[in-house]
Design a protein around this ligand. Structure first.
Ligand SMILES: NC(=O)c1ccc[n+]([C@@H]2O[C@H](COP(=O)([O-])OP(=O)(O)OC[C@H]3O[C@@H](n4cnc5c(N)ncnc54)[C@H](O)[C@@H]3O)[C@@H](O)[C@H]2O)c1
Length: 333
């Protein structure tokens, strides 16, 4: 059994508590400063210790920390873990500015501890299949991608005005909170980004100081390009990620992976990886898959969860996107 410390037991912390619990490989403890949330987590999960602050925990007695506090706390929490030599998985995004990021990453490298970032789509079956098919050359060389993730965010997160989402300095908004997942998919599949252009705004949602819409264009070192479109108010729930290669197209439409390589207008292959599953349960199941992947990593087994360096590139794309629109120019990374 691994002793796992979940740092922050809010929305995502609870998903991890459930996910790690279901692995059967973890004994769980939490850090949660909010007394009400701490009590709720204790009542919902089998929790060994509940601390109010990470400073109270004997970090050397744990095998893994899962950092689930809002993103503005990630750098100091990563530093705490690194100082104690404690492997960790930190939730996305890595941070909200570059302040302290390089020092934290350098300490992790110096201490040679396993550390990954919670871009959960990397364990989704349809994304893994997409990656395998791209790597196998099914669509030739990937030169372009169009990604659109747009839905009525308040329906899915009714408390959005009271969470970090409403505050740019805590990592909220369409770019750092939502587009960051898509940037990770692009970095995983298309490599290192080199240039970023963007427009963003708060077009509809009330009661936040963050953008609900972004149109981000990214160029990669390979010369390939991608467009990421997000709005967080439309009624129709769209999640379409199309990868365009020299020999065909692959598209994820929610959980369905499709392939075409002619102009018939008909997809030649189409498979729904969630067929027969309840979407909310399938989403929660990913947190068990991710927990097993992270526990494998600390046992020295292969793991393809996002690295800190990939998440650093991702954060630079997000920050460059904001800078691009504020300064009205394309930003080179
Ligand atoms: N992977 C995903 O799909 C996904 C989904 C939602 C959120 N997230 C990420 O998870 C993080 C948290 O999001 P959330 O939705 O759970 O937020 P939340 O506000 O619901 O919960 C955050 C919790 O952290 C606690 N906290 C604050 N400071 C802390 C500290 N110093 N130490 C320990 N706990 C502290 C808060 O009291 C709160 O209970 C963010 O980085 C967010 O981007 C990821």
């Amino acid at each position: 059994m691994h002793r796992v410390l979940i740092v922050g037991s809010g929305g995502i912390g609870r998903r991890h508590l459930k996910g790690y619990g279901l692995t059967g490989r973890a004994e769980l403890s939490i850090v949660e400063p909010d007394a009400g949330r701490r009590a709720e987590a204790i009542s919902m999960f089998d929790v060994e210790h509940a601390f109010t602050d990470i400073a109270e925990a004997d970090l050397e007695s744990f095998n893994l920390a899962v950092i689930c506090a809002p993103a503005n706390f990630h750098v100091p929490l990563m530093l705490r873990c690194a100082e104690a030599g404690l492997p960790f998985m930190v939730e996305k995004p890595l941070a909200v500015t570059m302040d302290g990021v390089d020092a934290a990453l350098a300490l992790v490298a110096e201490k040679e501890i396993e550390a990954r970032v919670g871009y959960v789509r990397r364990v989704a079956e349809e994304v893994i299949a997409l990656r395998q098919q791209i790597l196998a050359g099914k669509i030739g060389s990937v030169r372009l991608a169009y990604l659109n993730s747009s839905q009525e965010f308040p329906k899915y997160r009714p408390d959005f005005q009271r969470t970090y989402y409403a505050r740019p300095e805590m990592g909220g908004g369409a770019i750092l909170d939502a587009a960051s997942h898509l940037f990770d998919m692009l970095i995983w599949l298309m490599g290192k980004p080199s240039d970023v252009g963007c427009m963003f705004d708060r077009l509809v949602l009330e009661g936040t100081e963050t953008e609900d819409t972004c149109l981000v264009t990214i160029r990669f070192q390979s010369g390939a390009m991608a467009n990421v479109t997000i709005n967080q108010f439309q009624k129709r729930n769209v999640a379409q990620f199309e990868f365009i290669g020299t020999a065909g197209n692959l598209m994820i439409d929610h959980s369905t992976l499709k392939f075409a390589n002619d102009d018939s207008g008909v997809w030649k292959e189409s498979r729904d990886y969630m067929d027969g599953l309840v979407p909310t349960e399938a989403h929660q199941a990913r947190f068990k898959l991710q927990a097993n992947a992270m526990l494998d990593a600390i046992e020295g087994k292969p793991c393809w969860l996002a690295t800190l360096d990939e998440a650093r590139d991702n954060l630079r794309v997000a920050l460059a996107a904001k800078q691009s629109w504020i300064e009205k120019r394309i930003v080179s990374l």
